[in-house]
Write a protein that binds this ligand. Structure first.
Ligand SMILES: Cc1cc2nc3c(=O)[nH]c(=O)nc-3n(C[C@H](O)[C@H](O)[C@H](O)COP(=O)(O)O)c2cc1C
Length: 411
């Protein structure tokens, strides 16, 4: 079913999603979203080289299985900045959830809370920070900040966020201008649903603004002194979101950052930059456990979560997949997406003898630059076509009924 906001169709589903993997949701989401909104989410910048490599580069690292570990029943619980979470998978901040669902961030927060995952709200959220908090009052949440040129605006945001019980700020520093996103130009995308903070504090509606216009109202010049000022003004811990090299990690920590968020904005900003997983080891070495690390960009598998944790991340964020989940199933859809990753992660934990999330940090990975990405896997949606029916490939009923030995194995 569909609702409409000023003629813009919004999903109003609230149902768990049946899926085999997260990749298939990308195609299915087209059924419930107009083209402009869909490509705003799905696309990257320029040739989408970085966007494509974010996921492919996970294959540069391989998980070494462990067998004789005498371990069963692995557990996903983890603690982060004093918050008790049921999974290391985190909801990365994304603007304007109203393009995916009528309940926007309120539904996402409910889904994340049901899965026990950390939710993070964008400055460009449709719903107010108060409404989001009220959707799951005891759930943990962080707030993502696009720093405004206007410090009165920033102060008003900090006060609202703190009062609403958010536990920290993610200061985004990698989107000082919008990346060159051709899909948005092609579809002439503008935010179709108003963004709460812009409605409340700037008098502008947020609605009808292009992505480039929105970024233009944010600060283009951010330096270490801004981190200090935000910490002082907000009284909240500040993570720096958009670190992709050791130099920026050192600068951020030098300015008193409480955490480092390794991301390239899901390949939406600079194209031809490295995949984040390839840069994580360098940053983890620079950080050297002094502050926690959040990681995202390209995560689509439990094994990706595992690799990021093993390479030094404390939490692993997902972006686009949960927004597809929101469109296809509302709060329950978001929960399904997190649980799918949990399920895959638990398999990797069992097969490596990792009982806890802390154990994954000591798991062994190898690093060989070979990939299988020139071949599409059988899980690629484009390969899932009707299987040919021939005279020679059909099971005969009497044969399969008497064959008790070759039933499904555990392989
Ligand atoms: C549609 C869309 C909107 C986004 N909006 C924001 C935002 O408002 N603030 C921000 O810091 N990051 C934003 N991001 C980046 C995400 O926080 C995250 O870094 C990225 O989506 C991770 O990559 P993935 O989508 O491959 O998982 C956005 C990403 C997408 C796909």
């Amino acid at each position: 079913m569909t609702s409409y906001y000023n003629g813009f169709p919004q999903s109003d589903r609230d149902e768990a999603i049946n899926m085999i993997n997260l990749d298939e949701l990308e195609e299915r989401a087209k059924e419930v979203m107009p083209e402009g909104a869909y490509y705003y989410i799905a696309s990257g910048s320029e040739n989408e080289w970085t966007w494509r490599n974010n996921t492919a580069a996970f294959n540069h690292f391989q998980i070494v299985p462990r067998a004789l570990t005498n371990m069963d029943s692995p557990q996903l619980d983890t603690e982060f900045m004093g918050m008790k979470l049921k999974t290391p998978v985190m909801i990365s901040p994304i603007a304007c959830h109203g393009i995916a669902h009528k309940d926007a961030e309120v539904a996402t927060q409910k889904g994340a809370a049901a899965a026990g995952a950390l939710f993070t709200s964008s400055t460009y959220a449709n719903k107010s920070v108060e409404d989001i908090a009220a959707a799951a009052p005891n759930a943990p949440r962080f707030f993502q900040l696009y720093l405004s040129k206007d410090w009165d605006f920033n102060k008003m945001v900090f006060d609202a966020v703190k009062k609403a019980g958010y536990s920290g700020i993610l200061l985004t520093v990698d989107a000082l201008v919008s990346g060159f996103r051709e899909a948005n130009l092609r579809t002439k995308f503008a935010y179709p649903v108003p963004l709460d903070f812009f409605t409340r504090y700037q008098g502008a509606k947020g609605e009808g603004q292009t992505v480039a216009q929105m970024y233009a109202s944010s600060a283009q010049k951010i330096g270490p002194e801004d981190i200090k000022r935000i910490k002082e003004m907000s009284g909240l811990p500040v993570f720096v979101k958009g670190v992709v090299c050791a130099e920026d990690a050192f600068l951020a920590m030098g300015a008193g950052a409480d955490g480092i968020y390794v991301t390239n904005h899901g390949g939406r900003e600079i194209d031809c930059g490295p995949a984040t997983i390839d840069m994580l080891p360098e940053i983890a070495k620079a950080v050297d456990h002094r502050v926690p690390i959040i990681f995202d960009s390209g995560v689509r598998r439990g094994s990706h979560v595992f690799k990021a944790l093993a390479l030094g991340a404390d939490l692993v964020g997902i972006g686009r997949p949960y927004l597809y989940g929101l469109a296809l199933g509302g709060a329950k859809g978001v929960q399904s997406v997190i649980e799918q990753l949990n399920q895959e992660l638990l398999i990797d934990m069992q097969l490596t003898g990792c009982k806890t999330i802390a154990d994954i940090k000591h798991a062994r990975l190898t690093h060989f630059n070979y990939t299988a990405d020139n071949l599409k896997s059988n899980t690629d949606p484009s390969r899932i076509t009707p299987y040919p029916v021939t005279n020679d490939n059909q099971l005969k009923e009497e044969d399969s009924a008497t064959d008790a030995v070759s039933g499904a194995s555990q392989e």
